[in-house]
Design a protein around this ligand. Structure first.
Ligand code: HEM
Ligand code: HEM
Length: 184
């Protein structure tokens, strides 16, 4: 068997893919805790308002980044998986990646619907998408339930994905982590 190429020789995701990935990570990993904290009772009002402001206005940015990533993927497809990676892991990781994209889209869309149907503002975005959905309490409730349920799926997927990436990067050192690193 030929020797495995060193990590640094492994092909990487395109620079744009890596930059979009890590920017999404930063935004998602601030949006989720903000969402979880801002709904707690007894928070000081200014803190709660700031968290809501951040959460509602960053969500649409995440949606745009996901759309850009899926578009960039068509132009710069991911490098081929290393032959050493068992087929089942290739299929599992692709499934998790697509579910991550799907959950982010559902979270962002359900968040926008929940807020607009509830009759609340999305400050930075109302100039563009304000009034898209009229006030509708039943719709707001459904969107809120979707947002709350899918959040759990998203958090589980992120933990699994980040855990697997860490094992690849620190234990297996098979080049998978370096496909997405450095960010730029
Ligand atoms: C990918 C983007 C998003 C993620 C990952 C996310 C995540 C979360 C999480 C984890 C919570 C806490 C839920 C709970 O404990 O009940 C939450 C709540 C909330 N999110 Fe998001 N969210 C996203 C986008 C948005 C957007 C775009 C909006 C609105 C423009 C929004 C509006 C809300 C609101 C209003 C709540 C408070 C719960 C409620 O009253 O419905 N979110 N979000
Ligand atoms: C907010 C959390 C995250 C989301 C939504 C996310 C999403 C994704 C997606 C969708 C892909 C597939 C890229 C593609 O081929 O289109 C990917 C790849 C990757 N992610 Fe993440 N990621 C997150 C966090 C992390 C973290 C924390 C790490 C590191 C510990 C990480 C490491 C990687 C690596 C190494 C790849 C490349 C895997 C490969 O080439 O097969 N990700 N990520």
């Amino acid at each position: 068997m030929p020797p495995m190429p060193p990590d640094s020789a492994a092909p990487r995701h395109a620079r744009i893919t890596r930059a979009l990935h890590w920017l999404t990570v930063i935004l998602v990993l601030s949006t989720i805790p903000a969402g979880l904290v801002m709904v707690q009772e007894g928070l000081p009002r200014p803190l709660q308002d700031s968290l809501f402001l951040w959460h509602k206005n960053i969500g649409p940015v995440i949606l745009i980044l996901v759309i850009l990533r899926i578009a960039a993927r068509q132009v710069y497809p991911p490098p081929p998986e290393p032959a050493s990676l068992p087929r089942i892991l290739v299929v599992a990781s692709a499934t998790v990646h697509w579910l991550l994209y799907l959950c982010l889209v559902v979270m962002a869309v359900s968040g926008i619907v929940r807020v607009q149907a509830g009759g609340y503002p999305i400050e930075l975005w109302d100039g563009l998408i304000g009034g898209m959905i009229g006030k509708d309490e039943a719709l707001a409730k459904t969107a809120m339930a979707v947002h709350a349920q899918v959040r759990i799926v998203l958090i589980v997927l992120i933990l699994g994905h980040a855990g697997a990436a860490t094992v690849h990067g620190l234990v297996l050192r098979d080049g998978i982590f370096r496909r997405m690193w450095p960010p730029v």
